[in-house]
Design a protein. Structure first.
Length: 390
C-alpha cells in the first residue's frame, strides 16, 4: 500500500502526533481507488469525499487534492479537498471530512494539522470544513485551533434519516396510515415508477425546474449538463439511480438517489402538478425506501432538514402548522428521525484576513455560535437517549 500511495502522492512533513508509524501523503489525481475503498469500509465515509464526486465537480472548475494517512500497509484516515480560485484568492472545501477511525483522538489531532498543512501547500486563503455526519465534533476541537464558525454562506446542518430493516414491511410500518393509503391510491390510479436511464435526465431536470418554480427557488444543479457529469462519474461505480413516476407514459415526478456504503441518499427530487392525479412523491419515496432495503442499505438520508423542526422533534415538541406544509414534514410521514450534523467551520491562515472576517461577519458568527450550542445540546441529549435504550 505504501508503495502504491507514494507512486501518485507527495509526502507531507508533519509532526508525529499520531505516532511514528503514521505518514501523510498528498495526491492530486481525480481518481484514487485505494481512497474510495477505504471510504466504503468506514462508517464515516460519505460520497462527498469520493473520487466520483471529485470528477463530477471538476467540470465546474473545482480541482481536487487528497491528504491520506497511511500506517504500514493501510490507509487509516485523510480527507479530500475541492478548491478553486476566487476574486480574493484560492478557497477550498472539505465536505464530510476528514475521515478517521471514530473515537481516535490521535488521528483527529493529526487530521487538523494536515488541514493546516494542505491549506498552506495549496496556497488557499480560506478552507471551509464540515466533518462527517457521525463525527464527534468535540473530539476535533476545531474552534480551539483557529477555526471559526462559517457565516459567509448556508451549509446544511441537519438532515432526516430513515433506518431500514432487512424486510421492507418493517419500513412500511413506520409510515403513517395516511401515507400508506396514498401510496396504494397512486398505484390503483395507474401511476408506475420505473428506473430511468441517462437519456431521461433532461426529463428529470424539467421536473426539478417545475418544483423550483413553485417554491420560488433556483434548481441546484442549475443545468442538465451538471446532471450528465454526475451520472457519467457515478455510473461506472453503479451508485446512482433515477426513479421516474409516470401515468400513461407522462412523467409526473422523479428522484435521483446516490448509494454509497450502506446509505442511500435521496439527492434531488422534482415533480409537476396535474389535475386529477395524486402527487407522485409518496410513491417515489416508497419505491426509494423499498429499493434501498432490498439492496442492503441500512438507511436512507434525505440530504437536508429544517434546523428549527429538527430541534423541535428531538425535544419531543409538536411541529408548527406552518412547518406541516413544508417538504420536510412530508418526509417525516415515512418514519425516521432528524440528525444534527456538525457545524461548518472556516480556517483562514492569514491573521489580517481572519480579523477582517471577524469584523465583517461578527454578528452572524455570534449568532451561529449560539444557535449551534443549542442544536448540539439537543442532538447530544437525543444521542444519549438512543444509547441508553439500546
Amino acid at each position: 500500500m505504501r508503495e502504491e500511495v507514494a507512486a501518485v502522492h507527495e509526502q507531507i512533513e508533519v509532526h508525529e502526533c499520531a505516532g511514528p508509524n503514521v505518514e501523510a501523503w498528498l495526491g492530486r489525481e481525480p481518481e484514487d481507488e485505494e481512497w474510495d475503498a477505504f471510504l466504503q469500509t468506514t462508517p464515516l465515509g460519505q460520497y462527498q469525499q469520493s473520487s466520483m464526486w471529485a470528477r463530477a465537480k471538476a467540470t465546474e472548475g473545482w480541482r481536487v487534492a487528497r491528504a491520506v494517512m497511511v500506517a504500514g500497509e493501510e490507509i487509516v484516515g485523510g480527507f479530500q479537498v475541492l478548491y478553486k480560485s476566487s476574486w480574493w484568492g484560492g478557497i477550498g472545501y472539505v465536505s464530510k471530512g476528514p475521515v478517521v477511525e471514530q473515537g481516535s483522538g490521535e488521528l483527529a489531532r493529526f487530521g487538523v494539522e494536515l488541514l493546516e498543512k494542505v491549506c498552506a501547500r495549496l496556497r488557499l486563503r480560506a478552507l471551509v470544513v464540515q466533518l462527517p455526519d457521525e463525527s464527534d465534533a468535540g473530539l476535533w476541537g476545531l474552534a480551539g485551533r483557529g477555526f471559526l464558525n462559517y457565516a459567509a454562506g448556508k451549509v446544511i446542518e441537519s438532515t432526516w434519516l430513515i433506518g431500514l430493516g432487512r424486510q421492507h414491511n418493517g419500513t412500511q410500518k413506520a409510515m403513517t396510515a395516511n401515507t400508506r393509503r396514498e401510496v396504494r391510491q397512486a398505484i390503483r390510479r395507474g401511476i408506475r415508477v420505473r428506473e430511468g436511464k441517462r437519456e431521461d435526465l433532461p426529463v428529470f431536470f424539467e421536473l426539478m425546474r417545475s418544483s423550483c418554480r413553485r417554491q420560488q427557488t433556483r434548481p441546484n444543479p442549475g443545468d442538465v449538463a451538471s446532471l450528465f457529469r454526475l451520472w457519467d462519474a457515478a455510473e461506472s461505480q453503479n451508485c446512482i439511480r433515477l426513479l421516474l413516476a409516470e401515468h400513461e407514459g407522462v412523467p409526473l415526478g422523479g428522484l435521483v438517489c446516490i448509494q454509497f456504503g450502506r446509505t442511500m441518499s435521496a439527492w434531488k427530487k422534482g415533480w409537476r402538478e396535474m389535475k386529477g392525479h395524486p402527487r407522485p412523491n409518496e410513491l417515489l419515496n416508497y419505491e426509494c425506501l423499498k429499493w434501498a432495503a432490498e439492496n442492503g442499505c441500512d438507511q436512507v438520508d434525505f440530504g437536508s432538514f429544517d434546523d428549527v423542526m429538527a430541534v423541535a422533534v428531538l425535544r419531543g415538541e409538536p411541529v408548527s402548522e406552518e412547518s406541516k406544509a413544508s417538504r420536510h414534514f412530508f418526509n417525516m410521514r415515512f418514519g425516521g428521525r432528524p440528525a444534527i450534523l456538525p457545524a461548518a467551520m472556516i480556517y483562514i491562515p492569514n491573521p489580517l484576513l481572519r480579523l477582517a472576517y471577524r469584523i465583517v461577519f461578527g454578528r452572524k458568527i455570534r449568532s451561529s455560535v449560539e444557535r449551534r450550542r443549542a442544536m448540539d445540546a439537543v442532538g447530544q441529549a437525543a444521542h444519549r437517549r438512543v444509547e441508553a435504550s439500546v
